[in-house]
Ligand binder design. Structure first.
Ligand code: NAD
Length: 360
């Protein structure tokens, strides 16, 4: 067995249908009585439902800030902090996807207030001590144990409204965390177990959700998989795939989950020659792989009926070379050496929506 180090990220998880009803108990456990609620403009009604649950339990929210925005722009964080000061909150509760949770992290790490999360997508931010923030159009990411939310409530009912296409891409975004954990420079057997179990749960449940979005059992299994994959993201050094998506999102404004979905088979096939063991393990949990993990991903994406080309989201062909330059300019650990020409071809294929091939 290879030697390894393992650090558990301490957070409390409450999982199950209707677990949102346990928020009052969770706040009381922590001796908190005046939470600031956070939502996006699209999920205002989730915040209202939460306020009703708290009011019924005689907990009066300090207020609700409803302007959470993708990539945690600093002006939004400052606005939310101003709102919070006037409301004298003793804690933060974020209900939503990675954008809302990102705002909760940004507030919590600046103020030291406890952060409780109620995730409604499969992106996994709630399980990580990582925060990406944007200032003047530039996104920077940092990691700090103080960023990790203390309590996470997974309630499948809140995911029932997640649109089918976002369910599919958000689920593949989660699988991407697990894939890169399998060959991370700090990989270890505990995270490997979670990565494989999380991938299996998502690969089996997402096609059912796409066919029948109201299937609660499939939604619950996807949420379970997303939790495990989020733990992988929070515990492992991510490599080529996440760096490419960070570049495409940060510098070319590509949408988060959709970009992860398009890039994943290409990034995996680039690294494949350097990671035979990870490829074998992954193929075992991807239905239809026939022993080839890239094929397994292709089969999954086919079933999920997702868009496969970055150009579908407005990326221009002349940006392919620029993206490759940015992606190779920062050094980061990756199992295979990063070279500009094959990376450019990888991005071109993702841009054009071609199948991933093993000839890069
Ligand atoms: P999101 O939070 O941006 O949500 C996308 C849209 O879907 C929003 O309008 C949201 O209100 C809506 N939505 C969310 N859940 C819904 C539901 N159940 N029903 C109906 N609508 C719903 O999307 P995301 O993919 O979860 O998060 C993306 C952001 O999170 C990016 O900024 C990304 O960088 C960040 N992220 C960070 C980490 C981390 O560890 N720091 C991890 C993953 C993602």
């Amino acid at each position: 067995m290879d030697p390894f180090e393992y650090n558990a990220n301490p957070s409390r998880v409450v999982f199950g249908p209707d677990s949102i009803q346990k928020l009052p108990d969770e706040l009381r456990r922590l001796k908190l009585s005046s939470p600031l609620l956070l939502t996006t403009p699209q999920q205002v009604s989730s915040g209202e439902d939460l306020a009703k649950i708290l009011n019924a339990a005689s907990i009066k929210p300090a207020g609700t800030y409803t302007n959470a925005t993708m990539h945690t722009p600093s002006h939004i964080t400052n606005e939310a902090l101003e709102y919070m000061k006037s409301a004298s909150a003793d804690s933060v509760v974020s209900i939503g996807g990675g954008s809302t949770i990102g705002l909760g992290k940004a507030i919590s790490v600046r103020t030291g207030l406890p952060h409780l999360c109620i995730p409604t997508t499969y992106a996994g931010s709630e399980m990580t001590p990582i925060l990406g923030e944007t200032q003047d159009g530039k996104k920077t990411t940092r990691s700090d144990p103080a960023i990790l939310p203390g309590t996470v409530i997974y309630d499948v009912n809140l995911t029932m409204t997640l649109p089918t296409s976002l369910s599919a891409t958000s689920g593949v975004n989660a699988i991407a965390h697990a894939v890169e954990a399998l060959y991370a420079k700090n990989k270890n057997p505990i995270i490997t177990m979670m990565a494989l179990e999380g991938t299996k749960a998502l690969a089996e449940s997402l096609p059912t959700i796409v066919e029948d979005p109201s299937n609660q059992a499939a939604r619950e299994r996807a949420q379970y998989g997303a939790w495990l994959c989020g733990v992988c993201l929070g515990s492992s050094a991510m490599a080529l795939h996440h760096k490419l998506c960070h570049t495409l999102g940060g510098s070319f404004n590509m949408p988060h989950a959709e970009t992860h979905t398009i890039v994943l088979p290409h990034a995996l096939s680039y690294n494949a020659p350097a990671i035979p063991e990870a490829m074998k393990l992954l193929a075992e949990v991807l239905p239809g792989s026939n022993g080839n993990a890239v094929q397994g991903l292709n089969v999954l994406l086919e079933k999920l009926k997702v868009k496969r080309a970055l150009k579908d989201y407005g990326m221009k062909e002349e940006d392919v070379a620029k993206a490759a330059q940015i992606a190779v300019s920062n050094q980061y650990p990756n199992p295979r050496e990063i070279k500009e020409e094959p990376i450019k071809e990888l991005i071109r294929r993702a841009w054009a929506g071609e199948d991933a091939k093993d000839d890069l």
